[in-house]
Design a protein. Sequence first.
Length: 169
Amino acid sequence: MAMNSRIAAVVGADSAFVQELFVNLVASWRASGGRVVGLLGEVHEVPDHTCRAGTLRDIVSGSAYPIFLEKASSETSCLIDAAGVEAAAAALLPQVPGSDLVVLSKFGKVEAAHRGLATVFEAAVAAGKPVLTSVSEKHRDAWREFAPGAVLLAADASAIREWRQTIAA
């Protein structure tokens, strides 16, 4: 895929590692005047659970949106609170038009079902804003279907910076 795609995803790396990478890159870009908006994930370590979703934090306001369910609903084993993700997305939407980059913690099961952060992905693309996210190997096919022209990046700060410079040119 072309590096000039305005949508990029870091694929297959540990979620906590990617979120820390995003935190550092976002801080650097904002410190140099970038109008970066979005939501970054903070993990919730629970013994005996594979789901590590905890909180989404708004990059600009610092507001935290809990997205972890203590107990899964009857129709799923997933501990992600889709309503919490959607509340975070709704709060973020007004920031998208004034941004020069939208960073979204991840595209996962909720977004594959066109819920959660899907509305922000769609709004950013419609507004012509570049989007950076992460995707687990488990949801790679759903991501390709959702964003077929997206570039896939390694979990490497240099690769992500190169992508950003390419789309800014």
